[in-house]
Ligand binder design. Structure first.
Ligand SMILES: [Cu+2]
Ligand SMILES: [Zn+2]
Length: 192
């Protein structure tokens, strides 16, 4: 009875007592596994580095930090045309295509309609617009109640896209924000 592999023969010949012992041991192992899972620290920080898609020169860094009421999004992006640019978390953290399309559609785990960050009906990934100044520089500092860094709707590992055109916050399902000028992947960051 030294190894797990010998258990089936004991179960065959040993009857109910051995089966009960096996089940107790199995339950204990499951409990230990659950305790181990709970010891994993909560995710509180993430970052995406934006790289330009082909033919563009848009660069930036976007940090995500867990705060009361949601996730604080702090963006600093350069190389844009002046004005508004659609800004979204997309489904896939895949920056492998030259035009950014491998990132898929807007991250939408609740299967809702496209909207703006302040709308009740929105995709989780709908971050609205970045506003670039005359030099093409955009900053954003916003607490978003629709994002999470933990659990099944976590944005970790998803894509982050900046678009050529403004998001009108209503056209389905994209906001009519046009081509993708920069793409990044949201990864774990060291907690501040
Ligand atoms: Cu987008
Ligand atoms: Zn959307």
């Amino acid at each position: 009875m030294n190894t797990i592999h010998s258990l089936p023969s004991f179960l065959r010949f040993g009857g109910a007592l051995v089966a009960a012992a096996f089940l107790t041991q199995f339950t204990r192992a499951a409990d230990e596994h659950a305790a181990h899972m709970m010891a994993v620290p909560a995710i509180t920080s993430a970052v995406a580095v934006l790289i330009p898609t082909e033919g563009n020169d848009v660069h930036g860094t976007v940090r995500f930090t867990k705060v009361a009421g949601g996730v604080r999004v702090v963006a600093d992006v350069t190389g844009l045309t002046p004005g508004a640019h659609g800004f979204h978390v997309h489904e896939f953290g895949d920056a492998s295509s030259a035009d950014g399309t491998a990132a898929g559609g807007h991250f939408n785990p609740a299967h809702g309609n496209h909207g703006g960050p302040a709308d009740a009906q929105r995709h989780a990934g709908d971050l609205g617009n970045l506003e670039a100044d005359a030099s093409g520089h955009a900053t954003l500092d916003h607490v978003d109640a629709g994002l999470s860094l933990d659990g099944g709707n976590s944005i970790i590992g998803r894509g982050l896209i900046v678009h050529a055109s403004p998001d009108d916050l209503k056209t389905q399902p994209t906001g009519n924000a046009g081509k993708r000028v920069a793409c990044g992947v949201i990864g774990l960051a060291k907690a501040p």
